[in-house]
Write a protein that binds this ligand. Structure first.
Ligand SMILES: Cc1cc2nc3c(=O)[nH]c(=O)nc-3n(C[C@H](O)[C@H](O)[C@H](O)COP(=O)(O)O)c2cc1C
Length: 275
């Protein structure tokens, strides 16, 4: 089991020590052109978790390749590059420009930008055609038939899945009832996502048997063990990193000597459990 950060939840260049405490660093999603992201406020705390509507703010592909990537390589941590876009060619061009990294994670599921025009499977196929690097398809649990999407991206050449991205949510000012986020809605992350993540990992492992990076509400060693039991090979920490940057080290201590190889997939053993 490798412990990673979830995309967009850690800036490795400002917190290199946290990045080095992980088994791999996943970048913020990179799009072909620079993006300012959405107008503020773009973060809201709720009693159930965090809402964000960052909108994929990032320096764009050219500046990422020229400036950030060489600095990230100096950290000596395996790099996972999160790739985004609006049509399949956007994703494929970024994938084609990358080499000597651990894996590419295709963000097929950001709730804070307009949905990509091409299907998840078309995007994966376009990327598969231009790179031999491991390709992880990051899916949303909101899809009405997640196992069908998982099978489609597997058939298109994905080597693994990342599950889950945030789910669309909303918070209102208590008196005015105006949305707190300038964009109105945003992506819900944190503890309330954990049951959603367990179900998504369980469903997609049963559907594909692909390696899965499980994430969503992981805050403690127990959450890692549960995701592994559902079929996650690797696990990522997201929202917890904002309040507890030492979480990777703490979580490892909490996992202790639990035998994760033995735990792997055990949630599938009961015949009564349906994917
Ligand atoms: C502030 C913020 C920014 C995020 N940015 C990205 C992103 O750029 N690309 C992406 O694939 N997911 C992004 N995510 C989603 C996370 O990677 C992760 O899938 C989600 O937050 C669930 O994990 P968590 O509950 O542990 O935070 C972002 C999440 C947050 C909270």
């Amino acid at each position: 089991m490798r412990l990673l950060n979830a995309s967009g939840c850690l800036d490795a260049l400002t917190a290199p020590g946290v990045a080095r405490s992980l088994d791999g660093f996943v970048t913020k999603t990179i799009t072909p052109l620079p993006r300012e992201g959405n107008a503020p406020p773009r973060i809201a705390e709720t009693a159930y978790g965090m809402l964000n509507a960052i909108g994929l703010a990032n320096p764009g592909r050219e500046r990422f390749l020229a400036e950030a990537l060489p600095q990230l390589r100096e950290l000596g941590v395996p790099l996972w590059i999160s790739v985004g876009g609006f049509v399949a060619a956007d994703y494929a061009e970024t994938c084609a420009a990358l080499e000597d990294v651990e894996a590419l994670e295709l963000n097929l599921s950001c709730p804070n930008v307009d949905e990509a025009a091409d299907s998840a499977a078309e995007i994966v196929a376009a990327c598969r055609a231009v790179t031999a690097l491991p390709l992880y398809a990051k899916l949303s649990a909101a899809h009405p038939d997640l196992s069908e999407v998982a099978r489609a991206v597997a058939a298109a050449g994905a080597d693994g899945l990342s599950l889950v991205n945030t789910l669309r949510g909303m918070a209102l000012h208590p008196r005015t009832h105006e949305p707190v986020l300038a964009r109105g809605q945003g992506g819900l992350s944190g503890p309330s996502l954990k049951p959603v993540a367990l179900a998504a990992v369980h469903t997609c492992y049963a559907a594909t048997k692909l390696p899965i990076v499980g994430m969503g509400g992981v805050a403690a060693g127990r959450d890692v063990v549960d995701l592994v039991a559902c079929g996650a090979r690797d696990v990522a920490l997201g929202t917890i990193l904002f309040s507890d940057p030492d979480a990777p080290t703490r979580v490892r201590v909490e996992i202790g000597d639990a035998d994760l190889d033995e735990v792997f997939g055990t949630a599938h053993e009961s015949a009564a459990v349906h994917a």
